[in-house]
Design a protein around this ligand. Structure first.
Ligand code: SF4
Length: 210
């Protein structure tokens, strides 16, 4: 794979979404972390809908700890896996009631919070620190396989290869734009927007919508 092709992919998507940012809504870094946790297997739109009211009064870890796990479950019951997520939110708030979230400023430190997966940690650092990480969700996994960049079976496998093939500049260009491209352009449906896609000539997807 040629470096110029990889650079082409990254700069093309960056130019499509030059001001891309997370679609999760939050008022501080702690709320962002909670929103990212809630968003696993759930759309950002649904997470925002749930948090629209509650984030006004749940601003810091102590606010959540005043509720028991059962009450948190009731609050987030419309997001998938709410039982586990409620327990993980509570555990996280217990830790963050004694330690400043600012101290969790690397992947390893974030992963020391029991529930934080690699994707969650990468999204958090990409948003809060503008760190050059690519969070490989199902959209990113699908797009990278459809084009010419990887041939993998799972997002985890894609994540490992992406770290090797992209430069830091590529990752900085892609970390928000690639997610939006997968959500709104190279969609999971049978009708990705191939006719208007600037990657059309290079894309190796066999079922292009043209
Ligand atoms: S040409 Fe179609 S399948 Fe290929 S990246 Fe663009 S939208 Fe996706």
């Amino acid at each position: 794979m040629l470096k110029k092709d990889i650079d082409f992919f990254a700069t093309t998507l960056y130019n499509m979404y030059p001001n891309a940012k997370t679609e999760l809504e939050y008022n501080n870094d702690f709320q962002l972390l909670i929103a990212i946790l809630m968003s696993a297997q759930t759309t950002d739109k649904q997470v925002n809908k749930v948090n629209e009211v509650f984030f006004k009064k749940l601003i810091k870890p102590a606010d959540w700890l005043e509720m028991w796990v059962e009450k948190i479950k009731e609050y987030i019951k419309t997001v998938s896996f709410f039982n586990n997520k409620a327990q993980n939110i509570y555990k996280t708030c217990e830790i963050l009631s004694n330690q400043d979230l600012e101290e969790f400023d690397t992947l390893d430190k974030l992963k020391s919070l029991a529930w934080v997966w690699i994707k969650t940690a990468k999204v958090f650092l990409a948003v809060t620190k503008d760190a050059a990480y690519l969070a490989v969700d199902t959209h990113v996994h699908r797009v990278l396989n459809r084009v010419w960049l990887v041939k993998t079976k799972s997002p985890e496998e894609t994540d490992k290869i992406a770290e090797k093939i992209f430069t830091k500049q590529n990752l900085a260009d892609l970390h928000h734009s690639l997610i939006l491209f997968g959500r709104y352009h190279c969609t999971a449906t049978r009708k990705p927007k191939c006719k208007t896609c600037p990657l059309l000539e290079k894309c190796s997807y066999k079922n292009k919508n043209i």
